[in-house]
Design a protein around this ligand. Sequence first.
Ligand SMILES: *Cc1c(COP(=O)(O)O)cnc(C)c1O
Length: 436
Amino acid sequence: MNMDLKNTDLQISNLIDEELSRQINTLEMIASENFTSKAVMEAAGSVLTNKYAEGYPGRRYYGGCESVDKIEDIARDRLNELFNCEYSNVQPHSGSQANMGVFNTFLSHGDTVMGLDLSHGGHLTHGSKVNFSGQSYNFISYQIDQKTGRVDFEQVNRLAKEFKPKLIICGGSAYPRFIEFEQFSEIAKSVGAYLMADIAHPSGLVASGLHPTPWPYCDVVTSTTHKTLRGPRGGIILMGKDFENKWGIVAPKSQRTKMVSELIDSAVMPGMQGGPLMHIIGAKAVAFKEALSPSFKEYCSQVILNAKHLSNKMIDLDYDIVSGGTDTHLILIDLSNKNLTGKYVENRLEIAGITTNKNMVPFDKKSPMITSGIRIGTPALTTRGMKESEMTKISELINNVIINIDNDAILYKIREEVKELCKEYPLNMEYQNEMS
Ligand SMILES: *Cc1c(COP(=O)(O)O)cnc(C)c1O
């Protein structure tokens, strides 16, 4: 396939092949990763990458936008249908950019915002000191209840009353349970705060109706498109029905009063980005069409079945699962009872061909670079077609790595078993044939 690339740049071409071979021959269990379809990749690798289209459909700063205007309109229409909403913005380059766009719209620098503590499963953009969010806004973090492994709503309520945030963020990167939109909404309303849901992780499950919907509880929703939604890397911003009526008109920083939707549009472009990535917007449109199909719902329901099954099997093997299980695609394993660190287990699993990531667990005593936990997810393996019986097998493989953690020879043997399992569930036949 990469004949042109091979001739132009053998070095990069070979490294892409090397990465492809890694994807084919290992078990991808990073909860935020997935495998896009060939159709999505075709759009992402298309001539749309050549086009400058600053602005929005019908009001661009460049000529020659007839086709890309239609593409962005289709992307937005499909997205509105997918999430049952009336406003969407498909231009944010990433999930982080989507969050920045919302902050730029609703907040001024120095405003108080509440989000889930990073070490309890929140995201970098929910107030980390090394991120623009923590540097530009006064973030107050809420945490997980140690007993239940779920959001501590008593604390959320207390902090909200005490600090009067302008915005509350719900959702995170390592939260295995359904996001409690309604409970957050009651608290946000009681203090007059906007409620933003960051559904970067479960958005595919939300789209297919297998996770509760953020409407009518949330004012604004952000997401990535590349996690459970299975599209190209990117971000989106959404608002539900009647949002303009609900809020009236937001007073802007400039003299002219604008509608909320207009404010979000301009917070994204020109507020923080220039030209949109039209090849990615094209690929987003393709992914949204796929996500609207009945087979995507089947896929998502299998993702959840697999995660629940895997979680139960790990519990049977004496693993400590944060919150005691999962509602979603994601499982957080606390390794404290095994006397192992997340860093070491991630590294040893990788030698055995199982890709995961170390992750802090709530109330972790170890640093973010070491951690006491690993986070695993089922979206990518489910895309390969794996089901419950493979999850049973994988729980045994993971356990075998952990009980033989220092034994290189056994880990290499497990890697061979992993490779066999991967062969049964090819990533993509066309690529596979080319590679072998
Ligand atoms: C992944 C993630 C993001 C950001 O996504 P990027 O595309 O990597 O910037 C934002 N919020 C949450 C909760 C996430 O999990």
